[in-house]
Design a protein around this ligand. Sequence first.
Ligand SMILES: [Mg+2]
Length: 171
Amino acid sequence: MLNRFLPNEHVKNIFEVSPTILKEKGIKGIITDLDNTLVAWDVKEATPDVIEWFKLMKDNGIKVTIISNNKEERVKMFSEPLGTPFVFSAKKPLKRAFKVAAKQMGLAKEQIVVIGDQLLTDVLGGNSAGFYTILVVPIVKTDEKITQFNRRIERKILNYFRNKGMISWEE
Ligand SMILES: [Mg+2]
């Protein structure tokens, strides 16, 4: 049952996700979380390296959609300057937003990876909806209040995976 929380892959940050590796896997699209995945949750705009990463994906024909449980104002303000589609108030881990994003990109779920920093929303939702999931280390250790409870449960699950040797990174 806990396997629903197990990502297919885990990386330090989004910059380890490269177009070359994705293309080798036949991936043509990315569904990514925003807060603590692309930038710290309290940073309003994309940083230069994030802008560069989006450009790199675009130049390689890989579509990116941001899906976030955060409010419209936050997600729109971040995504629009990047010219990237977005879904706000996504209610992850529910599958709906993932499916909407895939449909909008016109891609099958086998052609998409889901990236995020939370097991209880991004990974659980992505796995449940049938996508390949990539967990990143949260950019900052602090979180919005709403996330702090999830983090406590997440720590327990991560420890379980670590003890089983299923996941291997130090925080
Ligand atoms: Mg997040």
